[in-house]
Design a protein around this ligand. Structure first.
Ligand SMILES: C[S@@+](CC[C@H](N)C(=O)[O-])C[C@H]1O[C@@H](n2cnc3c(N)ncnc32)[C@H](O)[C@@H]1O
Length: 538
């Protein structure tokens, strides 16, 4: 949480960029005004694909509620990844629960001790709120019912507020707070309705803060936390919404939220030249170049999933970040002559045409044209609903696997695997089938991932880490033996696995930077094991 407070000489662009002296700017990048986008991060030297542009520690990172018991709250890794990172693949690592709040979990004494500075008040607050909740719900199973816990956004801001208050007891705001203060906020243009909703949530948040101090939580006095006006807290939450990142596992699963003011200076493009990743867990976040970046070029990352079609990308960006993207991909996608692989179907001659059947406005899908194939439309809607349920953690896995058996073949007949939502559904099917319980399940998962990878190659830039992750998932399944495999099958699959793994190791080196992170380490080890096995069989 501390800032090294490196003072950067104020340049002539200081007026445009704000007070640049607050930023802890690493070598290789500089802050400059970006036309139409506010401040941005620019390359001071050139970067090759796979080069790490910067590594920093998030100023705060927390797991989402559903990941509090499955990922360590300090290193933000799951047991399987911890075992790979420690080189103990076959040892069973268990997470231990904090005995105070009985909510957060840690993988080691070191992680627990290291996190205590940030968890101390949070621990007390949870302990007291648990007691309060139990008074109203005496029958609640409090270790399973986590509905009384603040969501990750509030827990993250809570950690920041407590840390600020602690340091302010020394008489002044901590240095790192100046970076938070300098982050862009959209409070001035937030609709009244949203301000009112946020205001209500903030009341609950103040009770949460005060629970760290009092047995009967009231409303925390925000002046004690350095907030002079009530709008200051609204501004902080608006800034957090715009500037925070999805905390992801080394294989890109979303697991929580993280914030780094310097990384947040990157502006967005749907055709990014760099990515933000956590290749070794949530302690460090890296910006990695995924294509050649020239000196002076702006470093652009993507805030959203770039495999989504134009309408959905624009809706996500508008809702959360308040801007309309005008990047080259969005411009191309608006041209009627261009067929976007994300949103197309087969034409009668087997070629591709833009998909115009379903409504193009994702927020109002009652607008479907009358001439469309209603059955196909409903399949697309069903697929989208399943993706949303998966994201919300409400998907019925068994039912989904049954539905996929008709849904995926129907969609595949009409659209290529690059098209939305087929690509995402293919990946989800493979994920739900893993680890496979039968040879048939394994083979279906392999086929789904092959199709998903072919589609992903058309919608992600060549060095994107998503390609590395899909490829890694495929390799793990191909390298897996089944009792039904004949010796010929085993040999054939091993050869396929070795070819796939060599490619995957390279993809990881670009998408996650040198070494490829934990996924890269796992793939390198698997490659060695498969090569040895192959040499013994050959
Ligand atoms: C995480 S901040 C990026 C840094 C920001 N430009 C600043 O000055 O602090 C995100 C905000 O930057 C602006 N922004 C980022 N990418 C943009 C783009 N491609 N077009 C327009 N505005 C963009 C939007 O206001 C967005 O909410």
């Amino acid at each position: 949480m501390s800032s090294r407070g490196e003072q950067v000489e104020a340049s002539s662009s200081a007026q445009e960029t704000g007070d640049v002296s607050v930023w802890d700017i690493p070598a290789g990048v500089r802050i400059k005004q970006s036309v139409g986008r506010g401040r941005g991060l620019f390359a001071e030297s050139s970067f090759k694909p796979g080069a790490r542009i910067l590594r920093t520690k998030p100023i705060v990172a927390v797991n989402s509620t559903k990941n509090l018991s499955t990922f360590c709250s300090a290193c933000h890794l799951a047991p399987g990844d911890i075992a790979i990172a420690r080189g103990q693949r076959n040892s069973a690592i268990t997470l231990k629960r904090c005995q105070g709040c009985r909510i957060v979990h840690y993988c080691s004494q070191g992680c627990q001790t290291g996190d205590w500075t940030f968890h101390r008040e949070e621990c007390r607050a949870h302990k007291r709120l648990r007691v309060e909740y139990a008074k109203f719900r005496p029958n609640a199973r409090l270790d399973e019912d986590l509905s009384w816990i603040m969501d990750e956004r509030f827990r993250a801001v809570g950690r920041l507020c407590w840390a600020r208050k602690r340091e302010m007891q020394n008489g002044r705001d901590p240095d790192w707070w100046a970076q938070i203060d300098a982050m862009e906020s959209h409070i001035d243009r937030m609709p009244q309705q949203q301000i009112m909703e946020l205001g209500q949530q903030i009341q609950r948040f103040r009770q949460y803060l005060s629970a760290a101090e009092r047995d009967t939580p009231g409303l925390a006095d925000m002046e004690e936390y350095g907030f002079g006006r009530s709008s200051d807290l609204l501004k902080l939450f608006s800034a957090f919404q715009i500037n925070s990142f999805t905390l992801s596992s080394p294989s890109l699963s979303p697991i929580g939220v993280a914030m780094s003011p310097i990384v947040a200076l990157c502006n967005h493009s749907c055709e990014p030249n760099a990515v933000v990743v956590f290749p070794h867990g949530g302690r460090d976040m890296d910006i990695v170049a995924i294509r050649q970046i020239a000196t002076g070029e702006e470093i652009l990352t993507s805030y959203i999933d770039i495999s989504l079609p134009l309408a959905e990308r624009q809706a996500d960006l508008k809702e959360r970040y308040g801007f309309i993207c005008d990047c080259e991909l969005c411009q191309r996608s608006r041209e009627t002559s261009w067929v976007d692989p994300r949103w197309c179907v087969y034409d009668s001659s087997g070629g591709l045409k833009s998909f115009e059947g379903e409504c193009s406005d994702f927020n109002d899908c009652s607008q479907s044209s009358s001439s469309v194939d209603k059955h196909f439309d409903s399949m697309i809607q069903q697929g989208r609903a399943m993706l949303n349920e998966d994201e919300a953690g409400t998907l019925d896995v068994q039912q989904a696997l049954v539905n996929f058996r008709s849904l995926i073949p129907t969609l595949s007949q009409k659209m290529p695997s690059s098209s939305y939502p087929l690509q995402a559904l293919l990946r989800l099917q493979a994920l739900l089938l893993s680890p496979p319980r039968s040879t048939a399940d394994r083979d279906l998962a392999i086929a789904s991932l092959s199709a998903a990878f072919a589609g992903a190659e058309k919608v992600y830039p060549a060095g994107h880490p998503t390609l590395a992750v899909i490829s890694a998932e495929w390799c793990k399944l191909v390298a897996m033996d089944s009792p039904e495999d004949t010796p010929t099958d085993i040999l054939k699959k091993l050869k396929q696995a070795v070819i796939g793994l060599r490619k995957t190791v390279k993809l990881n080196e670009v998408g996650f930077g040198a070494g490829g992170g934990i996924v890269g380490k796992e793939m390198t080890e698997l490659l060695k094991a498969c090569e040895v096995e192959l040499s013994q069989l050959a």
